[in-house]
Design a protein around this ligand. Sequence first.
Ligand code: ZN
Length: 161
Amino acid sequence: MAIRKIRYIGDEILKKKCKPVKNMTPSIETLIEDMFDTMYEANGVGLAAPQVGILRRVCVVDVRDEEPIVLINPEILETSGEQTDDEGCLSVPGKVAEVTRPNYVKVSSLDMDMNPVIYEGEGLRARAILHEMDHLDGILYGERASEPYRDLEEEEEWEEE
Ligand code: ZN
C-alpha cells in the first residue's frame, strides 16, 4: 500500500494513449492497490493509471454509495441519456468546468483474475467511468467541457456571499 505521486496538467504523460494489460502481474496488482490508496487520500471518485505515470489501461472508480470498481482494458458497450454538471480532476487541482456526458454507461472490463466482467453506471458513476476512461486515451475533461476551467475556490467564495 502506497500513495503515488499524481501527475498534473502540463505533464506530457497525461496526453498519451495507454497500452492494454496483457497479464495480471504482481506489479499491476500493486499498481491497483496504490491507485485506490492514492484516490482515497486525494478524496477523488476515480483515478486512471496515467495519472500516476503508468501508461496502462487501468482505472479505479468509487463514488462511495456503490461498490468500488477496477476497470482493466475497459470498452464502452452502450451509453444513453445526457447529464450536464461541473466536473473536476485530481490532475487539474482546484479547477472545475461544466461537461455534458451520457447519463448511463455499460462497459466491458476484465476483473483481477483477467476474466471478462460488465459494469454499469448511472449519474455520477457513469460520469466518473467515462472521465477515467478518457484518461486512457490521453484526454482531459477540459477537452470535452463547454467552457474554460474555472477556479473552484473563487466559486465557493462567491456562493457564500
Ligand atoms: Zn481526471
